[in-house]
Design a protein around this ligand. Structure first.
Ligand code: TRP
Ligand code: SF4
Length: 327
């Protein structure tokens, strides 16, 4: 079966290197091979941060620009804004009717977020139903391949359960099973070695200036056992070395040598890495600047995406009404 790819990101602020290697590189590869739909999931962002509507709204445009600057090609892929295609909410309602509460309450991603995000009240009706909307996103387009991070696996499992329950309830074969596509690159950690996240302030944004990149790279944590320049380091235990692996693999052998032989200090090692990162970001930032100057073009791309997405969504909704209401 040929793959139809669907994925989405929540517009909650500037994109960073973690998004680039964790998702966007993969998306850019996929669009060469398959029909792809990429959605700016503003409803999903609002579910988590319902008091930050303005920031979310403003991030939508920025996200579209970042995506295109990173190589998502609107000629090949369809990009659109979730809330502009009203059918997402309509299908969510159909699915809500048949999704047992227990499935949602047991969802490990939900339980983890309730535990971890203590700064916001996430005990809401919508947040519990987050995966139901996600299932609607995917199935509205009958997508069967969903590139995501590992933390999202339970949501894909729930999407399968919901589609099967829908088919079974209405004795229809409307929705097929979908599968996750996991990214192969190892997860890029933040500057301090924790998970890279805006809320930890340990990211390098795609839009950071060369000086910001130098400043932030300088703060990176290194091998904790290497205290002095003459101590040999352990690259495999160093986050800086992992960055080299991802962003400048040609230098990896040299880095291993200068580190284990104590030929270079960590400050120099990080300064060299900073220049590699700046080089990596340069074409993205050039493209970004072009798009910021041509907002009409970005608006047109999103309007075109909305139209095409909506046409597909309306077709699915007609079928859904047919099997549920027998009309
Ligand atoms: N929940 C996803 C995340 O936080 C974003 C998302 C929303 C999504 N709808 C989706 C991902 C549909 C894949 C498919 O990363
Ligand atoms: Fe890490 Fe480089 Fe220092 Fe080695 S020299 S510990 S790789 S920062």
């Amino acid at each position: 079966m040929t793959k139809k790819v669907f994925s989405a990101m929540r517009p909650t602020g500037k994109l960073h290197l973690g998004h680039l290697v964790g998702a966007l590189h993969n998306w850019v590869d996929l669009q060469e091979k398959y029909s792809c739909i990429f959605c700016i999931a503003d409803w999903h962002a609002l579910m988590g941060q319902y008091d930050q509507g303005q920031e979310i709204h403003e991030s939508i445009f920025d996200m579209a620009i970042d995506w295109i600057a990173c190589g998502i090609d609107p000629e090949k892929s369809l990009l659109f804004v979730q809330s502009e295609v009203k059918e997402h909410l309509e299908l969510q309602m159909f699915f809500s009717c048949l999704t047992p509460l227990g499935w949602l309450e047991r969802n490990p991603t939900y339980k983890e977020q309730l535990r971890e995000i203590a700064t916001r009240d996430l005990q809401t009706y919508a947040f519990l139903g987050y995966p139901v909307l996600q299932a609607a996103d995917i199935l509205l387009y009958k997508a069967n391949a969903v590139p995501i991070g590992e933390d999202q696996l339970p949501h894909i499992e729930l999407t399968r359960e919901i589609s099967r329950r829908f088919n079974h309830t209405y004795q229809a074969e409307l929705f097929a099973d979908c599968e996750a596509i996991l990214t192969e690159t190892p997860r890029l950690l933040g500057l301090d070695g924790r998970k890279m996240s805006k809320s930890y302030q340990n990211t390098i944004a795609l839009s950071d200036s060369p000086d910001d990149v130098r400043k932030k790279t300088k703060q990176m944590f290194t091998d904790p056992k290497r205290l002095r320049l003459k101590d040999p380091g352990h690259p495999d235990e160093c986050n800086v070395f992992r960055y080299y692996n991802v962003f400048d693999p040609d230098k990896v052998d040299d880095v291993r040598e200068w580190c284990t032989q104590a030929q270079k200090g960590c400050t120099d090692c990080k300064a060299i890495l900073a220049e590699s990162l700046i080089e990596e970001l340069k074409p993205i930032q050039e493209k970004r600047a072009e798009l910021v100057d041509d907002k009409d073009r970005v608006r047109d791309i999103l309007a075109e995406g909305r139209k095409k997405a909506q046409a597909q969504a309306q077709e699915t909704m007609a079928q859904v009404r047919e099997v549920v209401f027998k009309v």
